[in-house]
Design a protein around this ligand. Structure first.
Ligand code: UDP
Ligand code: MG
Length: 322
């Protein structure tokens, strides 16, 4: 039987934990004749009774493995700890607050049986989110999908998904310190599909995300996916470069006029014109240097990321003739 790992991070989830396991096992129990399960529960340095609750639940369900972190490392790192400890043939990371409904696991597994190695759980409606959160999220996905080019970052997909053993191994092998699961999984590729679900509101406890965390996540997602923002200095470079070019031409024109004894500008205008030229020339010098430096920085960053240039799914060899 295949082993399926459920990976769940817990941070101060005292009001949710019991309820979560109850709902989770309602879904897992009927599937136990088809699969073996392990529930890798990561306690991310909770300050309440979460760890005790996890251990109590472990007594009831021997599928539960508890990974206790030394302190609070944050959602992304806690998920990473769980994924690194998971032994399953397929792995399903999800939140502990039932916003990722356990029922969806059934459809994730169906797609896995059809041969998909990555099954994204896409949030269909985000009715529970505020208007501002919806708007910023959609703007972010548009922006990042423009920048990331060949790698398609799926919209409205968080951690919740199914990922096969070998796809997960490739993600873990990326070895970056700043882990952003939702952009690393699309990077490794593999046969991917999605199932949709409606994301319910959190029943108990409260969200651990605020705008500061969300900004950090957005920034990490962009910087670990693409170096395109480093190239933004090219725009002022072109602008200031154009200005310098114009100023050189006008300088030539003024020289010729001067020789012909024509003085179209007074002393004051001439001064302004000179200052504008100096700004243009300095500006272009600064931005040209910045652009060159950014290109090298981009290169250094990519080398430091040390990502594989390609990943082979399978090599189909010709059949040997006997
Ligand atoms: N979480 C965690 N460490 C943290 C913050 C959150 O392990 O520092 C867990 C939390 O217990 C939950 C999941 O990450 O299982 C998602 O957190 P939350 O529900 O607060 O995020 P939201 O659903 O609001 O995005
Ligand atoms: Mg939540």
């Amino acid at each position: 039987m295949k082993l399926i790992s459920i990976v769940v991070p817990f941070y101060n989830e005292e009001p949710m934990a019991d309820h979560y396991f109850e709902k989770l096992f309602e879904v897992l129990n009927p599937l136990k004749n088809k699969y073996n399960f392990e529930v890798v529960s990561v306690n991310d340095g909770s300050k309440d009774r979460t760890l005790e609750i996890l251990l109590e639940n472990q007594k009831k369900h021997n599928e539960i493995r508890v990974v206790n972190l030394t302190r609070n490392f944050g959602h992304e790192s806690a998920v990473c700890a769980g994924l690194s400890s998971a032994k399953g043939d397929a792995i399903i990371p999800m939140d502990a607050d039932l916003q990722d409904p356990p029922e969806v696991i059934v459809s994730l597994l169906e797609k896995f049986e059809e041969g998909y190695e990555v099954v994204n759980a896409k949030r269909r409606a985000r009715d529970t989110d505020t208007f501002l959160k919806k708007k910023t999220a959609s703007m972010f996905y548009k922006f990042i999908s423009k920048l990331s080019k060949k790698v398609k970052i799926p919209e409205d997909v968080g951690h919740f998904r199914l990922i096969s053993r070998r796809a997960l191994d490739e993600v873990l092998a990326l070895g970056e310190v700043t882990r952003v699961f939702r952009v690393e999984v699309p990077f490794v590729g593999f046969k991917t599909t999605e199932v949709e679900f409606v994301r319910p509101p959190r029943e108990f406890g409260e969200t651990h995300y605020n705008y500061k965390n969300m900004f950090e996540l957005a920034s990490d997602s962009i910087t670990s996916t693409t170096v395109v923002p480093l190239r933004f200095s090219l725009i002022p470079t072109i602008f200031f470069g154009g200005l310098t070019f114009l100023s050189l031409i006008t300088m030539l024109v003024f020289d010729i006029l001067f020789w012909c004894n024509v003085r179209p500008l007074g002393e004051f205008e001439l001064m302004i014109w000179l200052i504008a030229n100096i700004i243009g020339i300095f500006g272009s010098a600064i931005f040209v240097t910045l652009t060159i430096m950014s290109e090298y920085l981009a290169k250094t960053f990519k080398e430091a990321q040390h990502r594989p240039v390609f990943l082979i799914d399978k090599i189909y060899e010709p059949r040997k003739e006997e």
